[in-house]
Design a protein around this ligand. Structure first.
Ligand code: ZN
Length: 155
């Protein structure tokens, strides 16, 4: 299978998802030319707003490979990752992202990807969601514990 085959699989998953009542998004994670995991969006089916195709595919891949680090893997997603999924892809250390539809295409059918990207670019005080710093000194304790821990599993 080549790059286009993997993307066609992600696209097929997105179409299948719509037929099953999920969102129109599919993703495939590939390692060494083999599919490790595939998933579609299940936000409405699972009542989970974080159950985007990419996050679902990452969860399946890490379970299958028994690791929290997907270095050496690539993701094929039927739509440009939203900010949450882009963050998850960075956290998972995936090597490369291939996408088909983009954030503008998603906006045209009613999804907030483009809106959230624009929010991130704003100063915190200009965003629609209010943010407030609270008890930052008390919260430092866990950070100090982490910093001092010589046996921690870093990620
Ligand atoms: Zn997403």
């Amino acid at each position: 299978m080549d790059k286009k085959d993997f993307m066609r699989r992600a696209i097929a998953l997105s179409e299948e998802s719509v037929r099953m009542g999920g969102g129109p998004f599919g993703a495939v994670i590939v390692k060494d030319g083999e599919i490790v995991s595939e998933a579609s969006n299940s936000v409405t089916l699972d009542h989970d707003p974080t159950a985007h195709a990419e996050v679902n595919a990452i969860r399946k891949a890490t379970q299958k490979l028994d690791t929290f680090d997907l270095e050496g893997c690539e993701i094929y997603t039927s739509c440009e990752p939203c900010p949450m999924c882009l963050g998850a892809i960075y956290w998972a250390h995936l090597d490369r992202i291939y996408y088909a539809n983009d954030r503008k295409d998603a906006a045209r059918i009613g999804f907030d990807d483009d809106f959230i990207y624009k929010e991130i670019a704003l100063k915190p005080q200009e965003r629609h969601k209010q943010m407030e710093v609270l008890l930052s000194e008390e919260a430092k304790e866990a950070f100090q514990m982490w910093e001092a821990d010589g046996d921690k599993a870093e990620y």
